[in-house]
Write a protein that binds this ligand. Structure first.
Ligand code: NAD
Length: 477
C-alpha cells in the first residue's frame, strides 16, 4: 500500500490544514479557532498481559479532542500502525462529525498497537479487558464521559468485553451498558449498528443523487442504477456499503481492493461471495481469475464512484493526479490527504467527505446510547398500538369497498407493508436516513449558497465548526 507520499503532512496535520481552510472563511471570535482545533488531551497507556508463557507489553491511546459536549465519543482501533498522531486526527474528525450530524457528543478516539490476527479469541479477550480496565479506571470509558465504539480491527465482540469489564468495575452503575456502543444486540446493543456505517454511506449517496445539480458537478447523471463502483477494504464499512448499493440501488461493484491485491471484473462482483471468501481465506487471492496482485493501482481505474473504506492516506500526492473517479465518497476516515484533496479539487472531482460519509456509525451509536439510558428498546411501547390503528383503516377500506358499487381491492403487499408496525431495525434505519439527509442538506446549503466555498468538505467543516463554536459561546467560554 502506498503510504502518504514523502513531504506530505501527517494525518493530524492534514486534518488541521482542512480545518484551517474552512476557518479562514468564517468569522470566529479571537482565539476560539485555536481552542476548537487543538486536541484537549491524549492518554498513553502501556500495560502487560501474560501470554504464551511470557509478559507481552502493549501500547494504547485514548485521545479526547473536544469536551464542548459530554460524553465524548469515538471508536477504538486495533492496528499495528496506531500512533498518537493518528488517534488525535481521528478524535478531531469525531468532534466535527458529531457536530455535523447533530449527535450530542464531543470527539474522542482510541487505539491499540496490535495486529488482532496474531492472537486467538481468548488472548484478545484478555488484552481487551486489560486495556478497558486501564481506560475505565481513568474515566476514559464511562457512560457520562467517554463512550467508545468499534473501528478498524474491532467489532461487537470487543465492545461486549469492554461493556462487561466496565460493569464488573462499576457494579452499582445502572447505566453501565451505555459505557460503550456497537455491542451485540443480546448484550445491550441495537439492531442495525453493525451495518450502520455502510448503510450511512448508501444513504449519503442516495441523497447526493437526489440533487441533479450536484450529480452534474461530478460529470455524472441519472441515479445510482448501473453506476460502476470500486471499493477499497471489504471490512465492516466497505462490505455493507457495497452490498446495499449493489442489491438495493442497482450499482455495479467492478473492483474490490484488499490487503493482498484486488479483484477486477467489469461484469460486476458478487459482494457476499467475495466477502465470505475473504473471511475463510484471509484475502482476495484465489477467488477467481479476476485477481490482480497489485491492489493500490486499482484505485486509479476508470469508474463512476470510488469508495475508499480501509484506511487513511491512500489517495495522496503520489497518485492523486491519476485518480479517474469523478466522485469519491470517503467511507474510511482520512483516505484523501490534504495535498491530494487540492489536486482532486483542481480536477473537478467531487468528494463526499469522511466526516459526513461515515457518520452512520456514530449516529446509530447515539441511538444505542439513548436506548441503554432509557432501558427500553425502540418501538416496544407503540408498535402493536400502531398496527391496531392501521388495521382499523384497512378494515374500514374493505368495508367501504364491499358496500360500494365500484369493485376495488387493496393490493396484497399493501396490506402486508401497511399493517406492520415499525420495530427497532426499521426505526433505526429511518432515524439514520433522516440524519444523513439532514446533514447533507446543511452542507449543501453552504456549498451552493457561497461563492467562496467550492467543495463539500469545506462546507462540512464550516457547518460543524459553527455548531461547536455556538456550543462554546453558549457556555460562556
Ligand atoms: P475493518 O477492520 O472491518 O475493515 C477494514 C478492511 O480494510 C479489512 O477488510 C482489511 O483487510 C482492509 N484493509 C486493511 N488494510 C488495507 C490495505 N492496505 N489495502 C486494502 N485493504 C485494506 O474496519 P472498518 O470498521 O470497516 O473501518 C474501515 C474504515 O472506516 C476506517 O477508516 C474506520 O476509521 C472507518 N470507520 C469505521 C466505522 C465503523 O463503524 N466500523 C465508523 C466510521 C468510520
Amino acid at each position: 500500500m502506498d503510504g502518504n507520499a514523502v513531504n506530505e503532512p501527517s494525518f493530524r496535520e492534514s486534518v488541521d490544514l482542512m480545518f484551517n481552510r474552512a476557518v479562514q472563511l468564517m468569522e470566529l471570535p479571537p482565539g476560539l479557532e485555536d481552542k476548537i482545533r487543538v486536541c484537549n488531551s491524549t492518554y498513553t497507556v502501556r500495560f502487560g498481559v501474560k501470554l504464551r508463557g511470557e509478559i507481552k507489553t502493549f501500547t494504547g491511546y485514548r485521545s479526547v479532542h473536544s469536551e464542548h459536549m459530554e460524553p465524548v465519543k469515538g471508536g477504538i482501533r486495533y492496528a499495528l500502525g496506531v500512533n498518537q498522531d493518528e488517534v488525535e486526527a481521528l478524535a478531531a474528525l469525531m468532534t466535527y462529525k458529531c457536530a455535523l450530524v447533530e449527535t450530542p457528543f464531543g470527539g474522542s478516539k482510541g487505539g491499540l498497537c496490535i495486529d488482532p490476527r496474531e492472537y486467538d479469541e481468548d488472548e484478545l479477550e484478555r488484552i481487551t479487558r486489560r486495556f478497558a480496565y486501564e481506560l475505565a479506571k481513568r474515566d476514559l470509558i464511562d457512560p457520562a464521559q467517554n463512550v467508545p465504539a468499534p473501528d478498524m480491527g474491532t467489532g461487537e465482540r470487543e465492545m461486549a468485553w469492554i461493556a462487561d469489564q466496565y460493569a464488573r468495575m462499576n457494579t452499582t452503575d445502572i447505566n453501565a451498558r451505555a459505557c460503550v456502543t456497537g455491542k451485540p444486540p443480546h448484550a445491550g446493543g441495537i439492531q442495525g449498528r453493525v451495518e450502520a456505517t455502510g448503510r450511512g454511506v448508501q444513504y449519503a449517496l442516495q441523497e447526493f443523487f437526489r440533487h441533479p445539480d450536484d450529480v452534474a458537478e461530478a460529470g455524472l447523471s441519472g441515479s445510482l442504477e448501473g453506476k460502476r463502483v470500486i471499493v477499497q477494504g471489504l471490512g465492516n464499512v466497505g462490505y455493507h456499503a457495497a452490498k446495499f448499493l449493489a442489491e438495493e440501488d442497482g450499482a455495479k461493484v467492478i473492483a474490490v481492493i484488499e490487503r493482498d491485491g484486488a479483484l477486477v471484473d467489469e461484469a460486476g462482483l458478487d459482494v457476499d461471495a467475495v466477502s465470505s471468501w475473504i473471511r475463510t481465506h484471509g484475502g482476495v487471492k484465489g477467488y477467481s481469475t479476476h485477481y490482480v496482485e497489485e491492489g493500490a493501482p486499482v484505485l486509479e481505474h476508470d469508474c463512476d464512484i470510488l469508495i475508499p473504506a480501509a484506511l487513511e492516506g491512500v489517495i495522496n500526492l503520489g497518485n492523486a493526479d491519476r485518480i479517474k473517479a469523478p466522485l469519491i465518497i470517503e467511507a474510511a476516515n482520512g483516505p484523501v490527504t490534504a495535498g491530494a484533496d487540492e489536486i482532486l479539487r483542481g480536477k473537478g472531482t467531487v468528494i463526499i467527505p469522511d466526516m459526513y460519509a461515515n457518520a452512520g456509525g456514530v449516529t446509530v451509536s447515539y441511538f444505542e446510547w439513548v436506548k441503554n439510558l432509557s432501558h427500553i428498546r425502540f418501538g416496544r411501547m407503540q408498535r402493536r398500538q400502531e398496527e391496531a390503528r392501521h388495521q382499523l383503516i384497512v378494515d374500514e377500506l374493505e368495508r367501504i369497498s364491499s358496500d360500494s358499487s365500484i369493485q376495488w381491492t387493496l393490493s396484497p403487499d399493501f396490506k402486508q407493508k401497511y399493517l406492520r408496525g415499525a420495530g427497532e431495525l426499521e426505526l433505526v434505519r429511518s432515524g439514520l436516513d433522516d440524519t444523513m439527509r439532514g446533514a447533507y442538506q446543511a452542507m449543501r446549503e453552504v456549498w451552493r449558497a457561497r461563492d467562496d466555498v467550492t467543495d463539500l468538505r469545506t462546507a462540512a467543516y464550516i457547518v460543524a465548526i459553527d455548531r461547536v463554536a455556538a456550543s462554546y459561546r453558549a457556555k460562556g467560554l
